[in-house]
Design a protein. Structure first.
Length: 467
């Protein structure tokens, strides 16, 4: 417990000491200090120091520990580390990295750098790396590892245990073993727990699980996230187009994919393009470029609000009191639309709502929008009718003004809820990412229509009095 706590604050407590030992070249003392910490805490230590010092510390660690620490660093830190290390150290680390983690690193690097790193791999590891990189970007094939345990149906428990002793150290996970036929097709699976507790003479065929859930290597990575949630597994087999077992995907890799996809969706819902790197790591120009496009689109959209205001200029001149409630009306519609679009986008992301459910969603949002509009309308009515000096502030027709504001709130909130809920369905149907229908985009759309609704209702109610 003490080491875990110290590991979390090591950047503040031991960084000066580590840097001093590096300058004094006291490598034996450094090794003794670092080897006291778990791998995860060592990775935190490495992120708090310069890439040059990282390379020094990595060189003095035992080879296996160094590879494990490198595996737990972020992609950006890994790239910096590779530039600081010599070819010999890079080759040792890359050959020891799990194939799926190595693929994640190589695909983020420029083509020339990737080719250079591939040349540092052994022939066997190079073939594995090239095969994985050959799958489409963002496919399950890029996240799988070929390090799985394959057994035969005619084996006994004793045969399986002997096989595990032979290959187990090279495999990422052993809790599930897969039975394949002579052509490599997936037939069934067996659990390590069942093997361990069985008599050595027990045939494997007696403990097989015939129903095996699998993924295809060319499927999108989001399919793996859905599959792991649905089947509640820690590892799933991956098949190629000929239904031959080519690898496995583990839950830790899928969690990384889920985090990335969620981050992208949240960024898009904020009214911008998804960033290609962590916030503090992406270049300022790149971040401005990602944000400027959508911000310009939203700005042009808001110009339509000024156009709508100009169209109703004569009404505003006759009944200046109407302008007092413009911010209230359009913000209420934008807020209701933002709520609806956020709920629907998230429901789509977790598969609670599908395209065929659009009619159900529309009915719910119409009823919800009407109810929410009535709540705001009641507050608006009370705000005007019970306000001190209401005749002086809102004029002698303040009751009609209150009815206008209340009716407009109901209409605008209903429209905002309906637009916010239906826009993700429309984009999904057209093949676009529903997250693009961000809250700012919906709010801008509802701002313009909200003004039209407001002044149209005002003309009908106030015609012959204020208008």
């Amino acid at each position: 417990m003490h080491l875990v706590f110290v590991g979390r604050v090591i950047g503040n407590l031991l960084q000066p000491e580590l840097e001093e030992l590096i300058r004094e070249r006291k490598f034996n003392e450094l090794r003794e200090i670092l080897c006291e910490f778990p791998v995860m805490d060592l990775a935190e230590i490495f992120t708090d120091i310069s890439p040059g010092d990282e390379a020094v510390l990595l060189r003095i660690l035992p080879h296996k520990v160094a590879a494990d620490v490198f595996d737990h660093l972020g992609l950006d830190d890994q790239e910096k580390m590779l530039h600081a290390l010599g070819n010999e150290e890079v080759a040792l680390i890359l050959n020891d990295l799990p194939p799926d983690d190595r693929t994640a690193l190589l695909e983020e690097m420029p083509a020339a750098a990737t080719q250079k790193l591939l040349n540092l791999l052994s022939a066997e590891e190079r073939k594995i790396a090239v095969d994985l990189l050959g799958y489409p970007k963002d496919s399950i094939g890029r996240r799988m590892t070929p390090e799985y345990v394959a057994i035969q149906k005619n084996w006994t428990v004793q045969d399986v245990l002997a096989h595990l002793r032979k290959v187990g150290r090279e495999r990422e996970m052993l809790n599930q073993m897969y039975v394949v036929d002579e052509h490599g097709h997936l037939v069934a699976m067996a659990r390590l727990r069942d093997v361990v507790v069985s008599d050595p003479s027990t045939p494997v065929a007696s403990m097989l699980i015939e129903e095996v859930f699998s993924l295809h290597a060319t499927d999108d990575q989001e399919a793996a996230v859905t599959a792991f949630k649905k089947y509640d597994q820690t590892m799933l087999p991956v098949l190629n187009s000929q239904h031959i077992l080519v690898g496995v995907v583990t839950v830790d890799d899928v969690l990384d994919v889920a985090e990335k996809e969620t981050t992208e969706d949240i960024q898009k819902m904020g009214g911008m393009e998804a960033l290609d790197a962590p916030y503090l790591k992406i270049g300022l120009f790149s971040m401005i470029k990602k944000r400027a496009g959508w911000l310009a689109v939203l700005f042009v959209g808001e110009m339509l609000t000024a156009t709508a205001m100009g169209y109703f200029e004569s009404e505003l001149e006759k009944a200046l009191v109407l302008s007092l409630f413009v911010p209230l009306i359009i913000s209420s519609g934008g807020n209701s639309g933002s709520q609806a679009t956020s709920l629907v986008i998230r429901a789509m992301a977790v598969r609670d709502v599908r395209l065929r459910d659009w009619w159900k969603v529309m009915r719910r949002e119409v009823m919800a929008g009407f109810s929410l509009g009535c709540v705001l309308a009641l507050i608006g009515l009370m705000r005007i009718l019970l306000w001190p000096n209401r005749e002086k502030v809102y004029g002698q027709h303040y009751v009609l003004v209150a009815i206008t504001v209340a009716s407009s709130l109901i209409g605008v909130v209903m429209f905002g809820s309906l637009a916010g809920a239906m826009l993700p369905f429309l984009l999904k149907r057209l093949g676009f990412d529903p997250a693009v229908s961000s809250a700012p985009f919906v709010a801008t759309l509802v701002d313009v229509t909200g003004l039209i609704i407001y002044f149209s209702i005002a003309y009908q109610i106030l015609h012959g009095t204020l208008l």
